[in-house]
Design a protein around this ligand. Structure first.
Ligand code: UD1
Ligand code: CA
Length: 420
């Protein structure tokens, strides 16, 4: 097999009209990451070293989000979104004719590196000019259809331009292809906006290849990898599939998830074995949860958090940007923001940290073995010493430093016992 240099080009300059959003389509959130993050991740996993992203004038924000997220990305601007062929044409200056070009839309977050590797190996083995990824869908609506004659791909027809019979074809275009660069750019320069949308369609390259007698083939993959996110329904469908994959990975670590249907866990979350996650729990961000914990039901953990082993985070507890030590127990109706809890801390029901004064967020430190009485308000910054106790309903004022072993109570909390 001749190994050519493969360069990925990600198309992300479209307006994303169907999302009806001010945010660029590929930046919409899927399990805690922008759509395009997953495309970049799988491209990297498939061993592609060079990536070019085509971005529009209005979605420069993409640069900030993805620059250096996985590997160095070169950005090329498409000034006006005149269609997928026009978008890809903008990359011409960046590519050599001996390269192979892997094209991916930025809105196909469910594609996997395994499928990309299969695409690459078929393309190289068969020495094709174009190998595309297709899928058979029971409901192919809205996708471009793969038109074959005697089993050979001859063109791709977009939904809007397809005839009644063509619309019945179940094999659809994923928008992912591997091209011989020279053949691609030759054909791209001949694509015309001769369709209902008056756009330059990348899919027209296929019929131009057919006319030239160039070799075209496809690999077919499951439906749940090719889903293109165009509107909000697509986004929620993709969310469900991606969530399933994230939970799969967590199950594999020896974690019980009582009700996957009501458990939302974002992509970066890590959970240790023998932890049980109860229903209606939402965990989003860079979060590490230890072994043997009990989380939920109705728990919300977000921001960057680390939770030690054997911790209980119970009903209606919200935890944000906290570090929580081993054996801590925060069982009911509490809000902890920007806290450091050392080990063996018991947080009584209804404890609230007042961590935001309207201008800045401040930290609360609770030392080992402290006991926070029910309904305590901790006005940050505050420090509760080792084995100290706050009485039920105490309000611990800002900058208060409760000493080791001290017992405080009341509003504002006063010392009622200096140490044990
Ligand atoms: C495209 C394919 C269709 C395929 C589907 C798979 C074409 C003409 N159609 O349709 O056959 O079934 O993907 O999901 O290619 N973009 C630009 N600049 C533009 C227009 C689009 O960069 O001028 C980008 C978009 O940001 C998007 C990608 O190209 O990431 C695909 O564009 P989109 O409008 O979503 O194409 P589809 O209608 O889904
Ligand atoms: Ca699309």
């Amino acid at each position: 097999m001749v190994m050519k240099n493969i360069i990925a080009v990600i198309l992300a300059a479209g307006k994303g009209v169907r999302m009806k959003s001010n945010l660029s389509k590929v930046l919409h959130n899927l399990c805690g990451q922008p759509l395009i993050y997953y495309v970049l991740r799988e491209v990297k996993k498939a061993g592609i070293k060079q990536v070019i992203a085509i971005v529009g004038q209005e979605n420069e924000g993409i640069k900030r989000v993805v620059a250096n997220s996985f590997q160095k990305i070169d950005f090329v601007q498409q000034k006006e979104p005149l269609g997928t062929a026009h978008a890809l044409r903008q990359a011409r200056g960046e590519l050599k004719k001996e390269d192979d070009v892997l094209v991916l839309p930025g809105d196909v977050p469910l594609i996997t590196a395994d499928s990309l590797k299969r695409l690459i190996s078929v393309h190289i083995k068969q020495n094709n000019s174009c190998t595309s990824i297709s899928s058979y869908l029971p409901n192919p609506y809205s996708y471009g259809r793969i038109i074959r004659v005697n089993g050979k791909i001859i063109k791709i027809k977009e939904e809007k331009d397809a005839s009644f019979d063509e619309k019945k074809i179940k094999e659809v275009n994923s928008g992912i292809y591997l091209f011989n660069s020279e053949h691609l750019f030759n054909a791209l320069s001949r694509v015309l906006p001769a369709n209902k949308k008056k756009e330059y369609y990348l899919t027209d390259v296929i019929s131009l290849f057919t006319q030239q007698g160039l070799k075209i083939d496809s690999v077919s993959i499951p439906e749940n990898e090719i889903l293109g996110v165009n509107g909000r329904q697509d986004l929620s469908r993709a969310q469900k599939i991606m969530q399933g994959r994230v939970l799969e990975r967590i199950f594999e670590k020896g974690v019980s998830i009582i009700d996957p249907a009501t458990t939302y866990i974002s992509e970066e979350v890590k959970v240790g074995s023998d932890t049980i996650i109860y229903p209606s729990t939402f965990i989003e961000g860079k979060i590490n949860i230890g072994r043997g914990c009990r989380i939920g039901p109705f728990a919300h953990i977000r921001g960057d958090c680390s939770v030690g082993n054997n911790v209980v985070i119970g009903n209606f507890v919200e935890i944000v940007r906290c570090k929580i030590g081993t054996n801590c127990c925060i069982k009911h109706h509490s809000y902890l923001g920007d806290c450091l809890l050392e080990k063996d801390v018991n947080v009584g029901a209804g404890t609230i940290t007042a961590n935001y004064d309207g201008k800045r967020k401040s930290k609360t430190i609770v030392k080992q073995g402290a006991f926070i009485g029910s309904g305590t308000i901790l006005v940050a910054p505050a420090k509760i010493g080792k084995e100290a106790i706050t009485g039920a309903g105490s309000v611990v004022l800002k900058n208060k430093n409760v000493k080791n072993g001290e017992v405080v109570a009341g509003v504002p909390a006063q010392s009622i016992k200096k140490s044990k």
